[in-house]
Design a protein around this ligand. Structure first.
Ligand code: ATP
Ligand code: MG
Length: 357
């Protein structure tokens, strides 16, 4: 009988884990946390999660109690931005300067400590830029609903955003993908490009940062580190203890995808270094209705999540891969014509420029 792996959560990440599990002879079962029946687990099963935070439900209670819930202690610690920042600070790793937003702290105190531009972030539950609030220059007080519930961060004048996705196995060995360049618009990831030769000089710095964190947490599986590049220094923006949107390009562009690595690591399989294939660009599909013409693009593969389309919601992504960069560029231009200009002109232009640099 094949090894069963339960995934807490049944969104697109769970689905892509399930897909990656089939060739590994793993029986991967994403579970909707609001399901009315508890999954029936056996002792030999493994449990992982596609999200770092969850409410208490019958399903989450059942899965989180299992003795083989991998990295169980890590989720709560990283899902709360305050404890995540404390961990990064305790390891002496660079991160955007921050303060806890205690109930009695004023907006002026935060500006005195962090500078003129201060970003409030909810300690838990935020994603895709939701759960963020820029402090207004005329605010004296922290808005009521942010007091005691948020951290405050200094606005970082970064040159660009770069992420590292890596995996650590139970023996403590780590493997990392090449750094990925990311474009966020309004707090949401639109495009990723990897690999890029000009980011190579930052690779060792990034691997040391994430490697230290993985070891400190005795973590097993895939973790992503989002950073800001300021000159030749990387500052951590945030950590995600799971497969990550900025690693989706590895489905096409690496011999072992991030989804496969995560499953390999948690189930005790080998985690050999990946072969990286060609030039990759990933474009997120955000609030866009399905267009069958995407499927006809050369060197592109569309992943559609089957979710209801709503403005600002991630509903799929397209991986473009080519060993010939000219072909990747041509595909990007063709794709640009098949996406709403208002949302995508900047993202396509940015991607084309990233391939030129
Ligand atoms: P995710 O969906 O990745 O979990 P999120 O909503 O949890 O995102 P962050 O990753 O913290 O939030 O922030 C989203 C984006 O907002 C960042 O990628 C960056 O573009 C911008 N941002 C966040 N923090 C800062 C900062 N301190 N200074 C400047 N820009 C920032
Ligand atoms: Mg983020």
């Amino acid at each position: 009988m094949s090894q069963r792996v339960w995934v807490l959560g049944a969104g697109q990440l769970g689905a892509m884990l399930q897909h990656a599990g089939m060739p590994l002879a793993l029986d991967v079962r994403p579970v909707d946390i609001n399901e009315s029946h508890a999954p029936s687990l056996s002792d030999a099963d493994l449990v992982t999660a596609e999200r770092e935070q969850w409410p208490e439900t019958l399903v989450t209670h059942t899965l989180a109690q299992h003795s083989r819930f991998i990295n169980k202690a890590v989720f709560g610690r990283l899902a709360d931005r305050k404890t995540q920042k404390e961990l990064i600070d305790s390891l002496g790793i660079a991160t955007a300067p921050w303060r806890n937003v205690a109930n009695d702290i004023t907006a002026n105190e935060l500006r005195d400590q962090l500078g003129e531009r201060v970003l409030l972030k909810r300690r838990t539950g935020g994603y895709d830029g939701r759960g963020q609030h820029w402090l207004r220059t005329d605010d004296d007080q922290v808005p009521d609903d942010w007091q005691g519930e948020a951290i405050a961060e200094q606005a970082i004048n970064f040159e660009e955003e770069v992420s590292l996705v890596g995996v650590r196995n139970a023996a403590g060995d780590c493997v990392f993908y090449p750094l990925t360049l990311n474009l966020h618009l309004n707090g949401i990831l639109y495009a990723s490009v990897a690999p890029l030769a000009r980011l190579q000089p930052l690779q060792a710095q990034a691997e040391a940062m994430l490697g230290n964190i993985l070891a400190a947490l005795d973590y097993v599986g895939v973790m992503a580190m989002e950073t800001f590049r300021v000159g030749d220094q990387l500052l951590i923006n945030e950590l995600a203890p799971r497969v990550h949107n900025s690693g989706h390009w590895t489905q096409a562009g690496a011999s072992i995808s991030q989804f496969e690595y995560h499953l390999r690591a948690i189930s005790g399989m080998a985690t050999p270094a990946p072969q990286i294939i060609g030039q990759n660009v990933m474009i997120n599909l955000i609030g866009t209705t399905y267009n069958p013409a995407w499927r006809d693009l050369p060197c592109a593969r569309t992943y559609w999540y089957g979710k209801e389309v709503r403005p600002g919601r991630k509903v799929g992504h397209i991986n473009i891969l080519g060993t010939d960069v000219t072909q990747v560029r041509e595909t990007l231009v063709l794709l640009g014509d098949l996406l709403p200009a208002a949302l995508y002109t900047d993202a396509i232009d940015w991607s084309l420029k990233a391939l030129k640099d």
